[in-house]
Design a protein around this ligand. Structure first.
Ligand code: HEC
Length: 107
């Protein structure tokens, strides 16, 4: 019970959910942004991963062992904690506007 209270308290502080600001730094430093775009919106070669990235565990597993054209990033290159921060950063990216909210498309 006590443990649950402590975990809930830490979660309320955002602990364990990643630091989006630091995630942005790592995302740029490792060139994730070169393929996925600065907001993870999708880029020249990588698909959209911003706004709604895969769950943290799925993202970490994928980055360690990608299936296609993406290079693998081992734990020596990027820690699980840094990938959790990247996940927080990607989750904080705004969604693209709905087409009905783009004035130019609604004349
Ligand atoms: C050289 C280009 C490149 C770089 C650098 C790169 N990616 Fe990717 N990524 C891809 C491509 C292309 C895919 C699509 C599947 C594939 O080919 O592996 C992908 C897929 C993904 C997926 C799976 C998306 C899904 O919907 O299943 C995630 C998550 C991801 N990348 C995260 C990252 C992160 C985090 C980094 C930086 C640590 C990164 N990528 C760096 C090219 C890149």
């Amino acid at each position: 019970m006590k443990r649950l209270v402590i975990i809930t308290f830490l979660a309320s502080l955002g602990y364990g959910q990643g630091n989006a600001e630091h995630g942005k730094v790592v995302f740029e430093k490792l060139y994730c942004s070169a393929c996925h775009g600065h907001d993870g919106q999708g880029g020249s070669s990588g698909p959209r991963i911003g706004t709604k990235p895969p769950a943290v565990a799925v993202l970490i597993a994928y980055v360690r062992k990608p299936a296609g054209g993406m290079p693998p990033f081992t734990a020596k290159i990027v820690s699980d904690a840094d990938l959790t921060d990247i996940h927080a950063y990607l989750s904080s990216r705004p969604a693209p506007p709905a087409l009905k909210d783009v004035p130019l498309l609604n004349q």
